[in-house]
Design a protein. Structure first.
Length: 295
């Protein structure tokens, strides 16, 4: 199951990486919060349609846990979207993925599970790789950077709480509830943040893009994340999920003709090494006395 979980999270990052191209086209037509509302709503309807039998088994505790995950998810995406308005896309991508460093400490603080030296070293290595991939040299700080940093914090909290809740709750049910919760919050706040939205501007190609964002980039990806994290540590999950930046770069090279440099290649290599380091388990030496256990 662990191998399948890793593969599931990798598929998630590939889809999220490709979603940057779709989001770039969609956000030029639909206001950010309304785009989130549509995205989460499509995912909610699709999940309910596919897993309607499980809906009947939802308990009050599922609603509380899934609802809280929905709040963290919504705040993460909202802050990331508004942060992008005031900072560059490269800095936005890098600062968001600093959750790789935050997750082990939050997991330690919230779930009382101390990270291993390998996990911490892998997280630092991943951040260096992400910096090489994302940053271009502008290290000034603005309001967009601060909003994005808070966004990264909520992404980290979201990952840690998924680890906690999937131990006691069905990950599919958690996914359904968090999508519905995020959709409701988006629809409630959208008019206050952005006024009215003219939905007549949505054409055929936009519908296809929205369906891709809702069904694949949201429904499928968060389903894979919730199920995958049931069998992986938060630290390992966060490093794998940060590969969104790597695949985002790959799709930018393919579809947007961005140049490939040595710095980008080195960053990707460090990211891959960080995954291997995170999953490396040092074998314990056998006890000298085979009749007793090591202490």
């Amino acid at each position: 199951m662990k191998v399948l979980s890793v593969l599931g999270l990798i598929v998630t990052t590939i889809i999220w990486g490709s979603a940057f191209v779709v989001m770039k086209n969609s956000v030029n037509v639909i206001s950010p919060t309304y785009l989130l509302a549509l995205r989460f709503s499509i995912a909610s309807f699709a999940l309910v349609a596919v897993f309607w039998k499980k809906i009947k088994t939802i308990r009050k505790s599922d609603c509380i846990s899934g609802g809280l995950l929905g709040v963290f998810l919504f705040l993460s995406y909202l802050l990331q979207t508004y942060g992008l308005k005031y900072t560059t896309a490269s800095k936005n991508a890098f600062i968001t993925t600093l959750y790789v460093i935050l997750v082990p400490f939050l997991h330690w603080f919230i779930n009382r599970k101390k990270p291993s030296a390998n996990n911490m070293s892998a997280a630092v290595l991943a951040v260096v790789g992400l910096a090489l991939i994302s940053l271009e040299g502008d290290f000034s700080v603005n309001i967009g950077d601060i909003l994005t940093l808070i966004c990264g914090f909520f992404f980290a909290v979201h990952i840690v709480f998924i680890d906690r809740y999937t131990k006691k709750h069905d990950p599919v049910i958690l996914t359904v509830i968090q999508m519905i919760g995020a959709a409701v919050l988006s629809w409630i706040l959208a008019p206050f943040l952005e006024g009215a939205q003219d939905f007549s501007v949505i054409n055929g190609s936009m519908v296809v893009g929205l369906l891709y964002l809702g069904v694949f980039s949201t429904m499928l990806c968060f389903l894979l994340q919730n199920v995958g994290q049931k069998y992986l540590s938060p630290g390992t999950s966060s490093i794998i999920l940060s590969f969104e930046a790597v695949f985002g770069l790959g799709f930018a090279v393919i579809f947007l003709s961005e140049p490939v440099t040595f710095k980008l290649i080195l960053g990707c290599v460090l990211m891959f090494i960080s995954i291997l380091l995170a999953e490396f388990k040092r074998k314990e030496a056998p006890c000298p006395d085979q009749t007793s256990s090591c202490s």
